[in-house]
Design a protein around this ligand. Sequence first.
Ligand code: ATP
Ligand code: MG
Length: 286
Amino acid sequence: MHYLLGTVCEPSPSLGFNCSTWNIPHGDSTLAKIVAIANQKGGVGKTTTSINLSAALAILGHSVLLVDLDPQANATSGMGIEQPKTTVYDCFTGRISISEAIISTKIKGLSMIPSSVDLVGVEVELTAAPNRERVLRDLLENLGENFAWIVLDCPPALGLITINALVAAHSVLVPVQCEYYAMEGLGWLMSNMDRIRESWNPLLELEGIVLTMYDSRINLARQVSEEIRSFFREKVFRTVIPRNVSLAEAPSYGQPALVYNSASSGARAYMELAGELLNHGKTSTR
Ligand SMILES: Nc1ncnc2c1ncn2[C@@H]1O[C@H](COP(=O)(O)OP(=O)(O)OP(=O)(O)O)[C@@H](O)[C@H]1O
Ligand SMILES: [Mg+2]
């Protein structure tokens, strides 16, 4: 049985959220779903999306595990966790079990597995390991059904760590920044997903593309957004994440923007994105 916290989605003086405002389903009994947040391009909003989408899902009553898979450990520090005693690296190397690495956060329903710079070593240390591409998948399977959602924050590279994430995931959510080279590398990511389907994970889906750091005052942002929508069509989330100062400031306070400034346009956009994700209505088939 996975546990769901169906009671936290109420008007909250501290967070200011009320599910009825967004007409979003919450706390329903879907099976656990693993979503990798990936794009090999750097600085496009993967970590911001991982943190705030995870927080939004938890606020909406779902039990969420956020896994930081980046040696930069930005999701870890962005959640206010400094110098964690154990990290995802210790799980990859088999030093501890995955459940020993899980820590709770200040947000009810949101747990996380932190990362550290040690994770760089995994790319080398696993090179000769049998089934090196499915280490994470095996680790997450050991978690049973304790979580409704598992969100994987990937590093900006298509190396062994990202491959492990894509082999473990049910779906991939791709943040794309609304800028000139936005489409660059997306074709490569899609063909890598094809290869991963063929070799290890036939049910891997593209959950969707989310446009980030959108500024409607800039013509180029509008053009890029139209170009991506005309190419990927219904695979692009309707919700667009605006460029918003609270999203940029929140990590330095060790908080999701949904806690730092719940009324900000960035926080509200991530609540909407979570609602859209939940309305996809997809459940695990694996
Ligand atoms: N919508 C936004 N509005 C304003 N700033 C943003 C927004 N999204 C992300 N940022 C800022 O842009 C920078 C890059 O974002 P983020 O770290 O989420 O990208 P990333 O894809 O995870 O980067 P990396 O590839 O290095 O892991 C960060 O400083 C972040 O705070
Ligand atoms: Mg990142």
